[in-house]
Design a protein around this ligand. Structure first.
Ligand code: SF4
Length: 468
């Protein structure tokens, strides 16, 4: 990372640690091992070497500078107090440090045990076992127990059997917390083998894998009436499973209430009020009723429906009828939003390019998405693409159903803005589908572009908050 002027540095916390909004991710690309520090608040990342990571992992809020120096020396990372202070000061200028061993405050609302489970009707999931989803996410979470089991089963993987820290980092910050993130090797989970299969599964059976891997693609959202269980449409298998009678249900053990779910299942709670636009919000009950009504409808053209619904929300400041008229979509209105999305994608891709290798699925996907958006924005493809309608109408319809069932379009930004983002994702997916159909794109990751674009946008924070 570049060194900022130390004269600007505020005083270091007495017992520094990495702030919880910073994600440290361990990577090996080829023969080089390093750690990427991703700042979730600012969407920027920095790369540090393993020696710096040793220092940083020992800065866990319990040690002052001298304590960090002594602990680092025990680990073989010899550095003077001045060097450690200068390194930490560089992070502090970037607002990546906090002080003390207490985690940052996080509001959490529990879902009551009696809440009934309501799973997406008729959906069963079958994994094709090709490991695409093991290669596309920046984070794969393990519990400490799961990490210990993986290290015991496969001690030679990244020499994790010797040291937890060689295969895992804390899920966030630098305090040792119950959840950790596995190392990535050439962009994939370290436990994925060359054939695309999970080594943990092979060595210890399906139940030895992390709980989250076995739970994928289920997402659980308590909306005040029920715990809605839907599918994250982020892998080709998720779309291919739609409408198929075989596969596994989304709910572990066919639980009927929250209390019957395994405690490891994370249930998000829908907020009591939800912003529709920058100036209007509605109560959760209204969103629940609206999502239900949306599920009853049909989507002839997913992009047109999303855009027209966002238009109506911004025009009327209220939730529109799900049967909103959406016969025509104006490309000149979409273009500034697409340009804004393009700018964010370009920044994320440039950061990924700085450290990801050429065979990396995520980098490849981000670059191809950039090409698709360039074709839409610069080559006049947007208007004909919108006029032509869906390329994969069943995939788009399932994507909207899965979103509606668990209110997945409720995000940090107003609903109208999020719907425009979803419309753009489907538009980019349509362009990718055409590239694929024309033989310009190959590879299993591009077989279901709706899922790929969704995974990249959600997983890597690629979204537009306003038109350019
Ligand atoms: S633990 Fe196994 S299933 Fe989970 S991401 Fe890694 S390789 Fe894939």
């Amino acid at each position: 990372m570049d060194a900022p002027s130390l004269s600007l540095a505020p005083p270091l916390p007495g017992r520094p640690r990495l702030a919880d909004h910073v994600l440290a991710r361990l990577h090996r690309v080829g023969d080089e091992t390093f750690v990427v520090l991703f700042d979730q608040q600012r969407g920027v990342s920095f790369q540090v070497g393993m020696r710096e990571w040793v220092l940083l992992s020992l800065a866990d809020g319990t040690r002052d500078l001298e304590g960090i120096r002594l602990a680092a020396a025990r680990e073989g990372a010899i550095a003077s107090s001045a060097v450690i202070a200068a390194f930490l000061a560089r992070l502090h200028v970037e607002a990546m440090l906090a002080g003390g061993a207490e985690p940052d405050g996080r509001a959490s609302v529990a879902s009551p045990d009696a809440r009934p489970i309501d799973a997406l009707a008729g959906y069963r999931f079958a994994c094709d076992g090709r490991g695409v989803c093991c290669r596309q996410y920046a984070t794969v979470v393990f519990s400490q127990l799961e990490a210990t089991r993986a290290r015991a089963l496969l001690p030679l993987v990244e020499r994790g059997g010797d040291r937890h820290e060689w295969a895992f980092t804390p899920r966030h910050g630098s305090i040792a917390i119950p959840a950790c993130a596995v190392k990535h090797v050439d962009g994939a989970c370290a436990y994925l083998d060359e054939a695309g299969l999970c080594r943990i599964h092979a060595a210890g059976g399906a139940l030895a894998k992390p709980f989250g891997c076995n739970l994928f693609p289920a997402r659980f959202v308590d909306d005040g009436e029920a715990v809605r269980v839907s599918a994250l449409v982020e892998c080709a298998c998720v779309l291919r499973s739609a409408g198929q009678p075989t596969g596994d249900g989304l709910v572990p053990g066919d639980a009927r209430t929250r209390g019957e779910l395994p405690r490891e299942v994370f249930v998000e709670v829908l907020p009591a009020t939800i912003a529709l636009t920058d100036t209007r919000e509605v109560g959760r009950e209204a969103i629940v009723a609206w999502s239900r009504a949306v599920l009853e409808g049909t989507f002839a053209d997913g992009v047109a429906w999303l855009w027209a619904t966002a238009d109506a929300m911004e025009r009327d400041g209220a939730l529109p009828s799900p049967a909103v008229r959406c016969e025509h979509i104006d490309a000149t209105a979409v273009l500034p939003w697409l340009r804004s999305l393009r700018a964010v994608l370009a920044r994320v891709t440039a950061e990924a390019r700085a450290w990801r290798g050429p065979g990396d699925v995520a980098l490849n996907a981000l670059e191809v998405m950039g090409d698709a958006i360039a074709a839409l924005c610069d080559d006049g493809l947007l208007a004909p693409m919108l006029a032509a309608g869906p390329v994969q109408s069943e995939a788009e319809a399932f994507y909207l159903r899965a979103n509606a069932h668990a209110h997945q379009w409720v995000a940090e930004r107003p609903l109208a803005v999020q719907l425009r983002n979803l419309a753009m994702r489907l538009t980019v997916a349509r362009a990718l589908r055409r590239f694929h159909g024309a033989g310009l794109l190959t590879g299993e990751a591009f077989e279901e572009p709706v899922a790929l674009v969704e995974a990249m946008c959600r997983g890597y924070g690629v979204h537009a908050d306003a038109s350019a």
